[in-house]
Design a binder for this molecule. Structure first.
Ligand SMILES: Nc1ncnc2c1ncn2[C@@H]1O[C@H](COP(=O)(O)OP(=O)(O)OP(=O)(O)O)[C@@H](O)[C@H]1O
Length: 345
């Protein structure tokens, strides 16, 4: 990769370029006229409310659903993805939320499941060596490759699933909510892993509902709303408020209303600091947004949603859980991003 393209991935030709992609399920228009570009060495977050069409888009790329209209250009060629095998052979790896790991098998067995080494008998030593190499390349924290996957943490399982998808040497890796249901430390581990993927020159699409995670690792963010493109933003140029407005389709939404309420309450009480962090949790996980819709401002659960949750208070300032050094290297997180997030409910 040239220096220019290494510094600004979007200066090079995209690895993936979708144009005018549409998909209907009967009368439901799941996707209408979608454009999306992803470059090598770039992390693009795909965000949108429930039902926005994210999974459908990913399934088209993974060969689960054929698109009804539009073109997919991959690695410079127009392609038709008829099946998951087509997708893998092209160099697209998709890690779905369920991870599809075999709990009773070891890390090595899971990594090489279906592509075991050795023509007549398994070359266990070589598979183990390659497993370690791969996991080291990802700076993965796996205690042993000979333990059952069932005994690993959520973050470690996600790491194994991602590592397995890399064995096919993909050019594009799609991660479907890789940090969903993970704790703070495990989320940081997975976000670090996403950064390793980018450093290794992969194009990455990451679906996420968590704005904190999106801000921590993405270079660009593509917003889907009701099955249509609703903006593509460079992460460093967009505030969380603007993103939420693009996702919800309005600047006046439940999240901003909560921010206003929290601000008014704070002003009334003459408080500073901690209340803002507590309220921020509401915008970090958009998945929570629906649940918060109907809640009054004085809902009893509210105080617990602050620093102790998945919000900035729980992960340190602006780093999305990344250690300070790595947060800086992400380019979108760290102290520079903190004031922006402070404006969010
Ligand atoms: N197999 C299917 N059959 C019929 N309708 C479908 C199917 N898959 C998705 N849809 C519809 O297409 C629309 C987009 O769904 P999709 O799952 O892609 O959204 P999403 O953004 O991934 O949502 P979520 O964040 O809830 O996973 C929705 O209206 C959904 O009901």
């Amino acid at each position: 990769m040239s220096t220019l393209s290494a510094e600004r991935p979007e200066a090079a030709a995209p690895v993936l370029s979708m144009r005018g992609v549409s998909k209907h399920f009967g009368a439901v228009a799941a996707l209408t006229d979608i454009d999306l570009d992803v470059h090598a060495g770039e992390v693009v977050a795909l965000v949108g409310d429930n039902g926005a069409g994210k999974s459908t888009l990913v399934k088209i790329l993974a060969g689960v659903h054929p698109q009804d209209a539009g073109t997919v250009n991959f690695d410079g060629k127009d392609v038709t993805i008829h099946s998951p095998v087509d997708s893998i052979q092209l160099g697209i790896a998709t890690v779905f939320q369920d991870l599809a790991l075999c709990d009773n098998l070891t890390v090595v067995d899971n990594l090489f499941l279906g592509r075991e080494l050795g023509p007549w008998r398994l070359n266990e030593v070589e598979m183990e060596v390659q497993s370690w190499k791969l996991l080291r390349q990802l700076s993965a924290k796996i205690p042993s490759v000979r333990i059952a996957v069932a005994s690993l943490s959520g973050g470690q399982r996600q790491t194994v699933a991602i590592a397995r998808s890399l064995l096919g040497s993909p050019k594009l890796i799609i991660l479907d909510e890789p940090t969903a249901a993970l704790g703070v430390a495990q989320t940081a581990e997975v976000l670090n892993l996403v950064e390793r993927l980018r450093e290794n020159g992969l194009a990455v699409i990451m679906i996420s509902h968590n704005m904190q995670d999106v801000k921590a690792v993405s270079d660009r963010v593509a917003v889907l709303r009701l099955g249509k493109n609703n903006g593509t933003f460079r992460m460093k140029d967009v505030s969380t408020d603007d993103l939420i407005a693009a996702i919800t389709g309005a600047t006046d939404n439940v999240v901003t209303q909560r921010a206003a309420q929290a601000g008014a309450a704070q002003a009334g009480a003459g408080e500073t600091g901690a209340a803002g962090a507590g309220a921020a949790a509401g915008s970090d996980a958009l998945a929570d947004e629906g649940a918060q819709d109907s809640r009054p401002a004085d809902w009893p659960g509210e105080p617990n949603e602050g620093p102790g949750g998945q919000g900035p208070g729980g992960r340190g300032p602006g780093g999305g859980g990344l250690p300070p050094g790595q947060a800086g290297s992400a380019g979108q997180s760290g102290p520079g991003a903190a004031p922006e997030e402070g404006t969010v409910p």
